[in-house]
Design a protein around this ligand. Structure first.
Ligand SMILES: [Zn+2]
Ligand SMILES: [Zn+2]
Length: 700
């Protein structure tokens, strides 16, 4: 046979000639125009096959002559059918081309090495690795809760939601579940995912200490974006060949080629970092669940504050539709660590206007620093869309048509609902009490670090030295290695007060922290984004978990978490005070159900960028018109276009449009058909620079 098989991009198959038959999944080099590219032989029966590279325009594809495959990448087994199906599913679900998804998932060196370099790479003898130097691992006795969770994992197919308090020992459950998989099958492979690169070294070390003495140094490889291209290729090949038994990585690792995959762990499954924010905007958590089903691998999603989607799926099956999909495993106790901190709320209504730190909090901080204890000050500066509020009567810019708050758009001074599009000019005074002082919620902490230094200037550490305050956020850690250096200083006790954003709340083990303060959490209570309270709760719970990790630090007084709020009696803070995630989740899910928001409906966003807002919105509204009839038929709601919260970036105007439906299937059906119309419309809207669909967006 000649000219088999086909390769394709979004617009249709790219077909190449070949003298030999290549099985699907074979990696090949193919010519496209004047370039030579990496391609994957795709299943010829399928309509949407894989392509050389991203976004080859359909017209370029159409004019292609039938050309021969340049060469085959020798020495690599074909990517298996499960892997190809995972890619195919991800591409169609997230509305991208299979070629883009597939090639982004492969290490860049497969693409970049010339045939000669590739030959040399293959001939290179693997370096003899030194044996892992360690004594037999210390394995703690499993608690009753851990033993019960492990028994449930062994006896059921899952997927499992491992709901374990901070400090309940979820990692020990992962380790033991992995251990039994490795022992039962000499080829079995395990994928462990963490939300952020910063968190990989800690977890990697625990896995190495447990498994390398028995299975060798090469049994585990890492996969994340800070590896060099050569390391990434090496690790990818180790996973692909089955030699690496454990792959530990960030969201990109969900696409690792692992022929004998039997267990997938998604740690901190609620973390928004699992959602890719450009290109194919996939959720690595959701794909992990799909991949588990596809390959018959067990999936464990772990969290102390699960996403409301996962919590909902793990409700008893009788509750509502789509509940009962996951098996919930609960581990409420903290192992070998201090009690959870006492939550103290400060009513900011009783503080002088524009107070940043209440006096009570400052006193508590002084006392602890004097005793040599550490403090975390948490700023909630995650770019929440600004909601206007009246300081006098508490009025907020609610949408009269939705259970959402309207967003303040500074450029044209409007209030817009990001749900239904309802727009009004900003009122001159509070519509409820006439006060002229209405302003965005939750601001005013920009110069906080300097301010704090002044307020605490007279405080001395136990050694008589002045207090040391440090800040960790995206700005202070831009340089490579800077975050690690700053964290090491905190661990060494060189810092007394650490000020930072959500970066400091995650996973770090600060032994001497006994007080955590959250300064301005209110913005998330009244946000245009219905997920903001969920994120805030999870952030505060996580931050609270930073305090009192070392039981010996609690001899003087119990650990505390302080929350300063204008709404101290809000149900979110009530639940926080009790450390009661289930109560918080039930209350939130009730609200979501009443408003038919996810997980009770499904959403997609189309975003467009253009030189003018008019052009961006014009494209989206035209797309809405084109899709209207099909949307009606499928009961899909298409809302009018609105400017994005950050409306203009580098002189490019950005707009978005929300699509909503109570059926995931109907929404998918609609998007698949509508996609073609959008491509078609583009030529009539030449001012549009780019557009993209975001399925299951995490922020509207
Ligand atoms: Zn008012
Ligand atoms: Zn609205």
């Amino acid at each position: 046979m000649v000219h088999t098989p086909a390769h394709s991009g979004i617009g249709g198959a790219l077909t190449y000639e070949s003298d030999a038959v290549h099985v699907p999944g074979t990696l090949v080099r193919v010519p496209l125009g004047k370039r030579e590219l990496l391609g994957i032989v795709w299943d010829a029966t399928d309509a949407g096959q894989v392509a050389p590279p991203e976004n080859t325009p359909p017209d370029e594809q159409a004019t292609l002559q039938l050309r021969p495959i340049s060469s085959v990448l020798e020495g690599i087994a074909p990517l298996n059918a499960h892997w190809r199906q995972l890619v195919q599913f991800a591409a169609s679900y997230y509305q991208r081309s299979a070629g883009e998804v597939a090639l982004a998932a492969l290490p860049s060196q497969l693409r970049d090495l010339t045939p000669e370099q590739w030959d040399r790479r293959l001939k290179r003898k693997p370096k003899a690795t030194s044996p892992y130097e360690s004594t037999a691992p210390h394995i703690p006795t499993a608690t009753d809760e851990q033993a019960q969770a492990l028994a449930d994992i062994a006896a059921n197919t899952g997927p499992f939601l491992l709901y374990g308090n901070t400090g309940s020992g979820k990692t020990e459950v992962y380790l033991r579940a992995a251990q039994s998989v490795l022992e039962q099958d000499a080829t079995a492979q395990i994928l462990v995912m963490v939300p952020e690169i910063n968190l990989t070294p800690q977890l990697e070390e625990r896995f190495r200490a447990r498994f390398c003495p028995q299975w060798g140094t090469d049994c585990l490889v890492a996969m994340h974006s800070s590896l060099t291209p050569a390391q990434r290729l090496k690790n990818w090949l180790a996973a692909h060949s089955g030699e690496a038994r454990i792959v530990l990585g960030t969201r990109m690792a969900v696409f690792a080629s692992m022929p004998h995959l039997q267990l997938i762990v998604v740690d901190e499954e609620h973390d928004p970092s699992y959602k890719q924010q450009e290109g194919a905007r996939y959720s690595a958590r959701d794909l992990a669940v799909y991949r588990g089903q596809l390959e018959g691998a067990k999936v464990i999603l772990g969290s102390a504050t699960p996403s409301l989607e996962s919590w909902h799926h793990s409700r008893p099956a009788t509750d509502t539709q789509s509940a009962g999909r996951y098996k919930r495993l609960a581990m409420p106790s903290r192992v070998g660590q201090g009690a959870l901190p006492l939550v103290r709320r400060v009513d900011m209504n009783r503080q002088p206007y524009k107070t940043v730190f209440s006096n009570h909090l400052l006193d508590a901080m002084r006392e602890r620093v004097t005793r040599g204890e550490q403090i975390l000050v948490l700023l909630n500066r995650r770019g929440y869309a600004p909601v206007l509020s009246c300081h006098d009567c508490g009025w907020k810019s609610e949408c009269p048509h939705c259970s959402a708050y309207r967003v303040f758009h500074k450029l044209d001074r409007t209030l817009r609902c990001h749900h239904c599009g309802f727009t009004q000019p900003v009122p001159r005074a509070c519509p409820s009490c006439g006060n002229l002082d209405i302003s965005p919620l939750g601001r005013g902490t920009e110069q906080l670090e300097e301010h704090l230094a002044e307020l605490l200037a007279d405080v001395r550490r136990p050694d008589g030295e002045p207090i040391r305050i440090a800040r960790i956020d995206a700005d202070s850690t831009r340089l490579k290695g800077e975050l690690e250096r700053q964290l090491a200083e905190v661990h060494a006790g060189a810092v007394d007060v650490l000020v930072g954003t959500q970066m400091i709340a995650k996973g770090h083990d600060f032994r001497r922290v006994t007080l955590v303060a959250a300064l301005n959490p209110d913005g998330a209570l009244f946000s245009s984004d219905f997920r903001a309270p969920e994120r805030l709760f999870s952030l505060l719970m996580q931050a609270a978990g930073r305090a009192g990790r070392d039981a010996s630090m609690q001899t003087t007084s119990p650990c505390e978490m302080w929350v300063q709020s204008f709404h101290p009696l809000h149900p979110l803070f009530e639940a926080l005070k009790q450390h009661d995630y289930p109560a918080f989740a039930e209350q939130q899910l009730k609200e979501r159900e009443q408003a038919t928001l996810p997980p009770f409906s499904f959403q997609a966003l189309v975003r467009a960028e253009a030189r003018s807002q008019e052009a961006a919105q014009g494209f989206l509204n035209a797309a809405r018109d084109v899709g209207a009839a099909l949307a009606d038929e499928l009961l899909v709601d298409l809302y009018p276009a609105v400017p994005m919260t950050i409306q203009r970036v580098a002189n490019i105007e950005r707009a978005q449009m929300l699509i909503e439906c109570t059926s995931r299937k109907a929404l998918q059906h609609f998007l698949a058909h509508w996609q073609g119309d959008l491509h078609g419309l583009r030529s009539a809207h030449k001012q549009v620079i780019r557009w993209a669909v975001d399925v299951d967006p995490l922020a509207i």
